[in-house]
Ligand binder design. Structure first.
Ligand code: FBP
Length: 558
């Protein structure tokens, strides 16, 4: 029996490329600081909530500035939220920097996400442990979880467990919600003068944790390449058999960065962009009419097949659905505490909800098939988000398109065949073996996180930039987490959260798609990207996403 595949074995020995400034080793990194920062919105509220960490300056690592104090440091690391390829390399980079600084330093991994630090469940890493996970996908090295760190009791327990292990700093590897946790914990620990620092690392396949300082969250590169491979394969199948319309829902809870990137990589007949739907105030009916029109026109050209990409978060961007869901969330926040509601049958729940929703929202809710109603009632995640991965929007759209086509057929306006296949690609990409880009980027992020710790900082996010250049030219530093925060409604209450970066409709990525989508719809311009390559020519193995390339090109022009 083999323990690992030959590729897995080869990847364990791959040496990830470090950002240029970090290549000389942790003892040669120097730090300097930029201007003080403020929050992206709701500055006063954020300042009041994060008094002790608010407004810190951006940190820049280079060979100029203050030396980092190489003091004995023990660190605890947490993987938080959804899996993203490269998480293991963040830990490997952190471990290598920590041991290079002082061989007696210790790295602890808290098990199962943020709950691990509260419950004191941990492992201590050593060389053998880390070496078994280098350049591999998944978060199974210590597991992940979505517990929200916010109560006094959770913070007290965190402190107690850190004291037991003599931990000086905590690294939280997570997305927007997890890094909001990181900031809250940093504030609490600083206010109590514990001396324990908190550093975040930007993770999420969704690609929506980005701004001027964070060019991309890790995992986006590998996940979108994996989905593009699969969709390319499906396109070839569709183009070979010429009998199916494939509706593919793609992960990305809120923003459509994943869908847009995959659309540019594969050039499908239809790709919906949630942000455009919202901006143009498109109703569910108008979206279905748009899809129907393409299906009908293709059928007129003898093409009863095609591929449509549906963003996971679409439902929350359709204006009438968004308003209804927001009303529904407020109502559920109350109803979920009532035992009679919790124990009621689904049909009874729908009646109760409809009686409490305002009339317009009640009629939108009522128009939905039972399957979607039930999915909308499922538990919110611990951060108050609707679990859109469980809402089968692709099936909803298929049913609505079918009903349109039936009417058109009856009116003699359509004589094609519509045979559908529904897919959901999400989990397939989140634990893929990280691409060279994600392996290198993640290793640098982890290594850099330790440099931020030695710089004495807390409430910062590890930042590695200039990512379309070779790694030797990547820049490293840290961004205060409060700089990215604003107030949003969660579980019916206003809460501080890191602002999500949505697709910009006047940005270069959407513009590129918009310029070509009509041609994609009818001319079958399918591109088949194939599998991620790890060994071979750099232009095949090291290139990052089209999104990053277009964004960087536009940034250089400005
Ligand atoms: P993160 O924001 O934590 O990275 O997770 C994103 C995501 O992968 C979404 O794309 C998806 O909607 C969600 O996780 C699914 O969550 P779960 O793993 O809990 O089913």
């Amino acid at each position: 029996m083999r323990d690992v595949s030959p590729l897995h074995k080869a990847r364990l020995t791959y040496s990830p490329k470090l950002a240029g400034v970090l290549q000389k080793g942790i003892k040669n990194v120097k730090v300097s600081f930029g201007e003080k920062t403020s929050a992206v919105k709701d500055e006063q509220d954020i300042q009041n909530l994060f008094k002790d960490v608010y407004g810190a300056p951006i940190a820049i690592f280079s060979d100029k500035g203050d030396e980092l104090e190489q003091k004995r440091t023990n660190v605890g690391v947490i993987l938080s939220g959804g899996q993203a390829p490269g998480g293991h390399n963040v830990i490997a980079g952190l471990y290598d920097a920590l041991k290079q600084s002082d061989i007696n330093n210790k790295l602890y991994g808290f098990l199962g996400g943020p709950s691990g630090i509260i419950d004191g469940k941990y492992v201590e890493f050593n060389d053998e442990f880390i070496d078994a996970y280098r350049n591999t996908g998944g978060f199974d090295i210590i597991g992940s979880g979505r517990t929200k760190l916010e109560t006094e009791e959770q913070f007290e327990k965190t402190l107690e467990n850190c004291k037991k292990l003599d931990i000086n700093a905590i690294v939280i590897i997570g997305g927007d919600d997890s890094n909001t946790n990181a900031c809250m914990l940093a504030q609490w620990l600083k206010a109590k003068n514990t001396g324990i620092q908190v550093i975040g690392c930007p993770k999420t396949i969704d690609g929506d944790l980005k701004n001027e300082q964070i060019e991309i969250s890790f995992g986006f590169d590998t996940a979108t390449k994996t989905y593009s491979e699969l969709i390319g394969n499906i396109m070839r199948d569709a183009n070979s058999a010429k009998k199916y319309w494939h509706f593919v829902k793609l992960m990305g809870r809120s923003a459509t960065h994943v869908g847009l990137e995959v659309a540019l990589q594969t050039q499908p007949n239809i790709a919906l962009i949630s942000e455009e739907v919202e901006a143009k105030k498109q109703s569910l009916k108008s979206i279905v009419d748009y899809i129907t029109e393409i299906v009908v026109k293709r059928a007129q050209n003898g093409k009863n097949f095609g591929v449509a990409l549906i963003p996971e978060g679409l439902i929350e961007f359709v204006p009438e659905m968004k308003t209804m869901i927001s009303n529904l969330n407020d109502i559920l926040a109350v109803l979920e505490k009532e035992e009679s509601f919790v124990n009621a049958a689904n049909e009874e729940k729908y009646t109760i909800i409809e009686s409490k929703l305002n009339p317009e929202n009640a009629s939108v809710f009522n128009s939905l098939p039972s399957l979607i109603k039930a999915q909308l009632l499922m538990d919110r995640d611990p951060h108050g988000n609707v679990q859109v991965s469980k809402i089968e929007t692709e099936k909803l759209l298929i049913e609505m398109v079918k009903s349109n086509l039936k009417k058109l057929k009856a009116e003699g306006k359509y004589d094609g065949k519509f045979s559908e296949q529904a897919h959901f690609f999400g989990y397939e990409g989140r634990c893929a073996m990280p691409s060279n880009f994600d392996s290198d980027y993640c290793y640098s992020l982890g290594y850099n996180a330790f440099a931020l710790i030695l710089a004495g900082l807390t409430g910062y996010l590890s930042s590695v930039k200039n990512l379309t250049a070779p790694a030797s030219e990547w820049k490293a530093g840290g961004v205060p987490l409060t700089m990215m925060m604003n107030m949003e409604k969660r579980h019916g209450k206003m809460k501080p959260v890191i602002q999500k970066a949505l697709v910009e409709l006047d940005g270069p990525v959407f513009k590129e798609f918009e310029a070509h989508r009509n041609q994609y719809a009818y001319d079958d311009c399918y591109v088949f990207p194939g599998a991620i390559q790890y060994f071979g020519p750099s232009e095949v193995c090291d290139a990052t996403t089209i999104t990053l390339q277009l964004e960087q090109k536009a940034a250089v022009k400005c």
